[in-house]
Design a protein around this ligand. Structure first.
Ligand code: SF4
Length: 431
């Protein structure tokens, strides 16, 4: 555990450093800002950090970035105030994660949960922070593909067990203890490339968890060589349901051009939740060439999936979650208006606990803030209780913003926003 006084100093210095940077770093995209990039702008990084501290981001832009496209080019229609709900009107942001007539019902109070980040890609302290926040909000976080650290077991009702092609740390007990089990077939940041953990992050503890040798690079090949058809896919779901009959099954896929067919296949294979992972996500460990050039942006993939499943008459039997670079409550709302039921968040949680998007994630001691590291000393920069508090605060701010968006659209339930593209406008943001 980090010393509280050291932690307080570190937190204050981080805030001060970010604020000072704002006074000096260029705000325009040309030349590029020293902090962040066009998607995760300096404004978004600082405002997310402040929201996580329970502070008002002030006049900083905390809703959109400056990419010039996608979510940044979409805004909600401005309805006359006479059509708004009254201030304080109850607005339901909950999401039911099982739409099938069988298997347990699991409702989360906010339409998102935490994305898979493996032990190895991030520290155990970060995983704990996320699990504690998930418990506080009665939602979930995912183990990612690096196994299930024992410290997460007390939070098991809010931890999703992920199974990826490497099968690292996958055991019967890790499937049996989960209420939700996730198959990661592909990742939007690097579709077709599998997963990789470079040797200097494979510490003795990480290697033990992954049943491997320390200091060797570990790869999860692409694809699952046991799945080449919907029937194979069904066998995977049956495997999980045999080991844990009560588990809901998530299928995480990237966004190929035939994502609509993939979605329908996942439905017929028995998945309860389809996570459509677009191309903007991933930590700095994902290769840039892959992040920007292979998968389809999630803004295009979601309506395609929503329309196809609707036309096939099965849309209301499967939950579709959007992921891959959703940064803000506005992004979540726009994804839902495009046809998703909810979202899966990753990077936003890391920014809440100090990530500045410097993109040194893949190296063992590369992360200056102790997030994407397995180094035992560097990891101590994150105190899980502190991290959980910050992520919880961010969730609260996102829920409040989501409610405000719904209120101004005259909607009293988040489900009423799904597929309402008529409430969106394309507006080219200032560059
Ligand atoms: S190295 Fe750390 S601060 Fe930099 S992008 Fe990765 S997680 Fe964020």
């Amino acid at each position: 555990m980090a010393r509280p006084d050291l932690l307080a100093q570190t937190t204050a210095k981080h805030t001060e450093g970010l604020r000072r940077g704002f006074d000096h770093w260029p705000r325009s995209a040309d030349p590029p800002p020293a902090l962040g990039d066009r998607r995760w702008t300096e404004d978004l990084i600082l405002s997310t950090w402040l929201l996580a501290a329970g502070e008002d981001p002030g006049g900083r832009e905390h809703r959109v970035g400056r990419s010039g496209g996608g979510f940044d080019a979409l805004s909600f229609v401005a309805l006359p105030e006479s059509q708004w709900l009254s201030a304080g009107a109850p607005i339901d942001t909950s999401l039911e994660l099982n739409r099938r007539p069988y298997d347990p019902k699991i409702q989360i109070p906010i339409p998102w949960y935490g994305a898979g980040m493996s032990y190895g890609s991030v520290s155990e302290q970060v995983m704990l922070s996320r699990a504690m926040a998930a418990e506080r909000w009665s939602t979930f976080t995912s183990t990612g593909e690096g196994g299930y650290p024992a410290s997460l077991v007390p939070y098991r009702r809010h931890v999703i067990t992920q199974i990826a092609t490497g099968l690292f740390g996958v055991r019967e007990e890790t499937i049996q203890r989960a209420r939700i089990v996730e198959f990661k077939y592909a990742q939007g940041a690097k579709p077709g490339l599998g997963g990789h953990l470079l040797g200097d992050k494979t510490t003795v503890a990480v290697a033990r968890m992954r049943e491997s040798l320390p200091w060797v690079s570990l790869f999860s090949p692409f694809p699952f060589h046991s799945v080449y058809s919907v029937e194979d896919h069904r066998k995977h779901v049956d495997w999980v349901k045999t080991v844990n009959p009560d588990a809901l099954v998530v299928v995480k896929v990237s966004t190929p051009t035939d994502i609509d067919m993939v979605a329908l296949g996942s439905y017929y294979a028995g998945a309860h939740i389809l996570q459509v992972d677009g191309s903007y996500g991933g930590t700095g460990a994902a290769p840039e060439i892959a992040k920007k050039n292979i998968a389809m942006p999630v803004e295009l993939a979601i309506p395609k999936v929503h329309r196809y499943l609707s036309a096939e008459g099965v849309r209301d039997e499967i939950v579709v979650l959007a992921s891959g670079g959703l940064r803000t409550a506005d992004d979540i709302a726009k994804a839902i208006a495009l046809g998703a039921d909810g979202a899966v968040l990753g990077t936003a949680e890391l920014v809440a606990i100090g990530c500045t998007r410097c993109k040194n994630c893949e190296r063992g001691r590369g992360c200056p803030f102790g997030l994407t590291t397995t180094d035992p000393e560097l990891s101590l920069l994150i105190d899980p209780a502190w991290g959980a508090e910050r992520i919880s605060n961010l969730y609260g701010a996102f829920q409040a913003r989501l409610r405000e968006i719904l209120r101004q659209l005259g909607l009293s339930r988040i489900g009423e926003l799904r597929g309402r593209t008529d409430l969106l406008r394309y507006s080219q943001p200032k560059g």
